[in-house]
Write a protein that binds this ligand. Structure first.
Ligand SMILES: [Zn+2]
Length: 140
């Protein structure tokens, strides 16, 4: 366990909601951007290994799954329309093409979506996260 960001400095804090969410999308701690957010695929750590941010207050619940479904639907809709219009595929052929693509997209999207949701909750100080903004801490 590296303590390079402990106690947390305001320098490592993200400067915007976007940068916090970008850290979450990459599976990194939203506060320091260094420690890994997940101990398993969709299982967040109890605390950041780098800055010791307590990650137990996160309540991502089903929201990452909704995001993954939304993204997958929008990615696959044009593919399905193209397959239905340009190729004379049977229902089974269509399912054989679309189903693996949908699974691939969902598996690729779920963890980044969960990381982004946790980062958004942390940024906004939701569910027991303490709101930490570099500008507010620097100039009280
Ligand atoms: Zn951290």
């Amino acid at each position: 366990m590296s303590n390079s960001h402990f106690p947390p400095s305001t320098e490592s804090l993200p400067h915007s909601f976007r940068s916090a969410v970008a850290r979450g999308l990459r599976g990194r701690c939203p506060r320091c951007g260094d420690g890994g957010l997940f101990r398993k695929w969709l299982k967040p750590r109890d605390a950041c290994p780098s800055c010791a941010l307590d990650l137990r207050p996160q309540r991502a619940d089903d929201f990452p799954a909704y995001i993954a479904i939304f993204v997958t639907g929008h990615l696959l809709a044009p593919v399905i329309i193209m397959l239905a219009g340009d190729f004379a595929l049977t229902t089974m052929q269509m399912a054989l093409v679309v189903f693996p693509l949908a699974l691939l997209s969902l598996f690729a999207t779920l963890q980044p979506a969960k990381g982004a949701v946790i980062a958004a909750q942390w940024w906004n100080g939701m569910h027991g996260f303490r709101r930490e903004r570099a500008d507010e801490i620097a100039s009280p």
